[in-house]
Design a protein around this ligand. Structure first.
Ligand code: 5GP
Ligand code: MG
Length: 191
């Protein structure tokens, strides 16, 4: 699996150091929030699982975890906005301080949808944290208080990020060798 990587962008030690810095920053900010609302951390599945697992163990605050899946094709419908949210997070944010955590901010479509939906449920506050942000103009339009690393507009895997649902368990983040991404080559096979 490791051999399928072309270049490593961030190895596990660098990621761990940055996650600790982010946790310290988030933790400081959470302590400054008015103490009149619970903290709810909303993890965007599936890509954020590793990042969230590492991050939350460095947040000493009392908080709840909610999970959201973005379903791009709800049922058989082909609705114009193309995506809906699945999970109980949406119902459980009213009056709470919400921290959205995702793996990567790319076009911004996912976070735009999630922020709008959660904001419409009257939370006390909303903040967003991503491990990676791609250098795309639309990504910078999304309010995001915590960013681990800014990266070029390239496709990366590892540390939760997948290709065809593989490679999430790689401890480092990197690019794939082009030949493993061919449609007729492993690991994906034909779509
Ligand atoms: P957006 O809606 O911002 O375009 O994309 C966000 C989602 O697309 C991310 O949560 C992630 O699941 C997926 N994604 C975007 N860029 C990459 C990438 O470079 N690698 C992987 N593995 N997933 C990506
Ligand atoms: Mg995702």
């Amino acid at each position: 699996m490791q051999a399928d990587l072309d270049k490593i962008l961030f190895d596990r030690d660098r990621i761990a150091r940055r996650v600790s810095e982010l946790a310290r920053e988030i933790s400081r900010d959470l302590d400054e929030l008015p103490q009149d609302g619970e903290i709810v951390l909303v993890s965007i599945l599936t890509g954020s699982i590793i990042f969230v697992a590492d991050l939350i163990r460095q947040l000493p605050q009392k908080l709840r975890i909610e999970l959201i899946t973005v379903n791009s094709y709800p049922g058989r419908s082909t609705r114009s906005q193309g995506a809906t949210l699945v999970g109980t997070a949406v119902e459980n944010v009213a009056g709470k301080h919400v921290l959205i955590v995702d793996d990567i901010l790319d076009s911004g479509g996912t976070l735009r949808l999630i922020q709008a939906e959660l904001a419409s449920r009257n939370p006390r506050s909303i903040r967003t944290c991503v491990l990676l942000r791609k250098q795309r103009p639309s990504a910078f339009e999304i309010p995001c208080e915590y960013v681990g690393f800014d990266i070029p507009d390239i496709f990366v895997v590892g540390y939760g990020l997948d290709y065809n649902n593989y490679y999430r368990n790689l401890p480092d983040i990197g690019t794939l060798r082009p030949e493993v991404m061919l449609p007729d080559a492993p690991p994906g096979g034909p779509p």
